[in-house]
Design a protein around this ligand. Sequence first.
Ligand SMILES: O=P(O)(O)OC[C@H]1O[C@H](OP(=O)(O)OP(=O)(O)O)[C@H](O)[C@@H]1O
Ligand SMILES: NC(=O)CC[C@H](N)C(=O)O
Ligand code: SF4
Ligand SMILES: [Mg+2]
Length: 460
Amino acid sequence: MCGIIGVFGNDNAGRLAAVGLFAEQHRGQESCGMAVSDGLLIRLHKKMGLVKEVFHEEQLNALPGKIAIGHVRYPTKGSATEFNTQPHLVETLSGPCYALASNGDIVNYAQVRKMLENEKVYFKSDNDAELLVKYIAYRILHYKENIGDAIRNLMRDIKGAYSSVLCTPTELYMFRDPYSIRPMIWGKTPEGTVIVASESCALDTLGVQDRKEVPPAGIIKVSDSKIEVLDNDPNLYREGNCEKHCIFEQIYFSRPDSFHFGENVYAVREKIGAALALQDEGLNPDLVVPVPDSSNFIGLGYANQNGIPLSLGLIRNHYIGRTFIKPEQAVRDESVRQKFNVLPNFFNGKRIVLIDDSIVRGTTIRKIVRLIKDAGAAEIHLRIGSPQIKHSCYYGIDTPTTEELIANRRTLEEIREITGVDSLKHLPLTDLKTCVHCPENYCYACFDGNYPVGVPDVYN
Ligand SMILES: O=P(O)(O)OC[C@H]1O[C@H](OP(=O)(O)OP(=O)(O)O)[C@H](O)[C@@H]1O
Ligand SMILES: NC(=O)CC[C@H](N)C(=O)O
Ligand code: SF4
Ligand SMILES: [Mg+2]
């Protein structure tokens, strides 16, 4: 998962983009970057690190212009390096230049890259956003297409998830894959600046009130003279006429104050909590304790449904960030250890319902249960706000190789034993589907293995 931002029509475009990226920091912590156009030239700055580390006053002063695109990266295609960091800039010999940033992942990356390499297109990175921008530049130069047509052909030829922003020296484009797997939302500030972001929390921070989702297969072109929604029928590029939004955005990834796929994220999480609670009538624990932060609203939904007090007995260090999205296991282990502590004398003798949104490798929950047990809890009943994750994601979340997923290596009973809890229940898929308004419009592949856009080819 990554976060994108696009800004058009503001003298402080770079600064606004930095504010937007900061609001989306939870979507990518490894590196970030920005491309800003002053009308003639696109300048690029990207580095490993967090937004506040990469964009100081000095860098922002060196990025003048009215159009900006930016990205916070959580790597899925290509390792965590500066080369693979987005945006990617293409400067062509004949003049035009384009910068692009994208959230998602491409499943036929190898095939399309090979096709472009056969046409003498050169790649600097292993990142899918470079593939997207080079594909577009290739179509424009080779077939003399305009950008809109190049993007339409991209939708025909390139399969996977992409919520992308592209800028030229004078225009901003936003476009989204036909299944709308990742969120993408845009609007205008009262002063008329156009902003597009992965999540509405970034638009809120930048003062955008009137906001709309970029439609499936949508292509929106913003120039000085107008905003054009270019005609494009999603059903030309997909099987069935459904969108397939990532359900994991609602369960874990997005900020709870965001709104997308027609839902308030916090409200979906509260429903997940209530659905978990319905499985537990008669359990009567003393306290419901969520694993902060992503499970707080699931915990609240559970507590309200069964009339049990919600208790914030686990305290997290807010400066550690997300642990599941860190690329190395040793770093994940150490980060979880440093991330959580318990309130003193809080758990002693108590029967706890402990709530987390998901178990991926099992790193987090093992350590948390140990902490709570050491703090004297009498019973721990672990409830997970999603089904077991048994399949990798190929659309922008780095759920690891299937062997790394604990649900593939152990039975549910073994996981209960390893974690050391008294009982363990996941939310069944059928119940999860009741927590959103249009369940048919979601991807659930990491739970059921039904991949709406297929699985990757192999690069060789
Ligand atoms: O089983 P695991 O491999 O540990 O992965 C699952 C955990 O990772 C996520 O938390 P994370 O710390 O990434 O983010 P959060 O602070 O937003 O909950 C998620 O909320 C689970 O707690
Ligand atoms: N998680 C994402 O959306 C990652 C975007 C892109 N695939 C990258 O690796 O940079
Ligand atoms: S496989 Fe899972 S994480 Fe990936 S897009 Fe589908 S629901 Fe989301
Ligand atoms: Mg968590």
